[in-house]
Ligand binder design. Structure first.
Ligand SMILES: *Cc1c(COP(=O)(O)O)cnc(C)c1O
Length: 495
């Protein structure tokens, strides 16, 4: 299997080259040259496999230059009982009212980013070896909360890697902040930025695009890379859980092989839902992918109108990991919807960077609507969804998952459709205690770790261990910098 750039089809790389490089030099993203089809009987076969075996089976179709034994080793280390608190890794939960939730937050940082970032470091270092890269990689991350901690945990003490995370000083939850400030490991660093997520992101991009800085650190034996969801090594592991969820529903006799189902996905950077689309293209029986947004509804509008326009007000919501106006991975979908027309993709991306807007062709609009449904909801509606689910089913969901649930409920009301739908549950409610407690009408005036205990009481359930033990962790990283001084921090880290 080879990989090509969405902006130049003539760029052809192996999987390891695509993963080591992250982003194509033409600015495009790497995509497989074709989608491998699930052979007849494959789904049936996977129904009796565990999560790890399913992961090896699916990833093996894409990673031609990774021998099976090597892949098996990475999968068993990444999705091990040491890191995930349930043997099924990504279980599907059915609530009393018959809603399915695909719980993707049983990993070490309690958000779905673990599903990819637990295995990315293995892919990354193996790809460095396979491509003859002798330097040490320094991963730079700007995070709105969940990615940073998941990347730190994944790369912690991995040989030949260093990682530095920047987070917006006032843009993330108390629990998220504590999780990062107390990160262990000799190769890690964390720094707050005096600004919002966009400032942190812009600062990181500036560091990446400074050739003098690149040369300077190359002399010390380092090169920079990213753990952002534009890396193919992050997208691939996410395909697995869509297929795995389907197999679980078959195994539990909720559906029969071949029945079509829907997925409803809380969406920000369009990575998670894109992996669902790739699963569909491989032959998974999926009818619709429902894209759920919060008040930053740029994607909802795109799916409805075919116009992407980031020139709009930015809202800071209670589902902060979805507060995004430029969804990078959408470029990969445009590539597919246009019939793999790299010239068209270049045109749209050029228009986006010049005017902040583009409109796709009529054919692409039709193709988009064939597979995607969409909806958005406000913070108030998000809170109502949390409260309703808890009161009626005694099941607690986080703010991001609640956006998806609310959008699904609206969709069912208007479309009257009864196709089984899986809500993709992306974070533990204990990561966002503040908003969840307030949704349940409770007082939230206390520090983050106390709110964890309070939510445990209210929910009558224990918080995941990595969050419960936060209050005993030593704080290691308290530095904060102005948004123009980020490069100096990286420079010092690599000295
Ligand atoms: C990152 C994140 C999302 C959005 O996922 P994308 O792949 O960016 O669309 C949703 N929920 C949570 C909890 C997240 O951390």
């Amino acid at each position: 299997m080879k990989y090509q750039s969405t902006r130049d089809k003539n760029v052809l790389l192996s999987a390891s080259e695509a993963i080591a490089r992250g982003l194509s030099r033409d600015g495009g993203l790497f995509v497989p040259v074709s989608f491998p089809k699930l052979p007849a009987g494959a789904l049936q076969e996977m129904c009796s496999m565990n999560y790890q075996q399913r992961a090896v089976y699916i990833m093996n179709m894409y990673l031609s230059d990774f021998p099976l034994a090597e892949l098996t080793d990475y999968v068993s280390r990444a999705y091990s009982p040491k890191s995930f608190n349930t043997p099924s890794i990504a279980p599907v939960r059915k609530t009393d009212d018959g809603t399915f939730f695909l719980e993707l937050w049983h990993g070490p940082t309690c958000a779905f980013k673990d599903m990819a970032l637990q295995i990315l470091p293995y892919f990354m270092t193996a790809s460095m070896t396979k491509t003859g890269e002798e330097r040490t990689v320094c991963i730079l991350v700007a995070t709105s909360g969940d990615t940073g901690k998941a990347a730190l945990e994944g790369f912690c003490d991995v040989p030949r890697t260093k990682i530095m995370v920047f987070y917006p000083k006032d843009g993330i939850s108390d629990v998220q902040k504590l999780q990062m400030m107390s990160q262990s490991g000799d190769n890690v660093s964390v720094c707050a930025v005096e600004g919002n997520f966009d400032d942190a992101q812009t600062g990181v991009k500036k560091i990446f695009s400074d050739p003098a800085f690149r040369d300077k650190i190359a002399e010390r034996g380092y090169f920079l890379s990213s753990a952002n969801s534009i890396n193919w090594g992050r997208l691939l592991p996410q395909i697995v859980y869509y297929i795995s969820a389907y197999c679980d529903l078959v195994a539990k006799k909720e559906i029969q092989i071949g029945d079509k189902i829907d997925f409803c996905v809380p969406t920000g950077n369009f990575g998670d839902i894109l992996a669902g689309y790739y699963a569909l293209r491989m032959g998974l029986p999926v009818r619709k992918l429902i894209c759920a947004s919060n008040s930053n509804d740029v994607l909802t509008e795109f799916i409805r109108t075919g116009i992407y326009d980031k020139n709009r007000r930015f809202y800071a919501t209670i589902s902060p990991s979805m507060d995004i106006l430029v969804s990078s991975n959408l470029e990969r979908l445009l590539f597919e919807l246009s019939g793999r027309d790299d010239e068209a993709v270049r045109g749209y991306m050029d228009s986006l960077s010049r005017t902040g807007r583009y409109e796709v062709s009529d054919d692409m609009k039709a193709a988009l609507r064939e597979t995607f449904e969409c909806g958005s909801c406000s913070d108030e509606e998000t809170k109502a969804a949390i409260a309703g689910m808890f009161e009626n089913n005694h099941y607690l969901i986080d703010t991001h998952t609640a956006v998806a649930l609310r959008v699904l409920e609206d969709f069912r009301k208007t479309a009257g459709n009864k196709t089984p739908c899986v809500v993709v549950s992306t974070a533990s409610p204990f990561k966002f205690c503040d908003s969840v407690l307030s949704a349940l009408g409770r007082d939230t005036d206390a520090p983050g770790t106390q709110l964890i205990e309070k939510l445990e009481e209210v929910a009558g359930a224990e918080a995941p261990l990595p969050l419960k033990t936060l209050k005993t962790k030593r704080i290691r990283f308290t530095e904060s910098v102005g948004k123009t001084d980020m490069q100096g921090v990286v420079d010092a880290f690599l000295s």
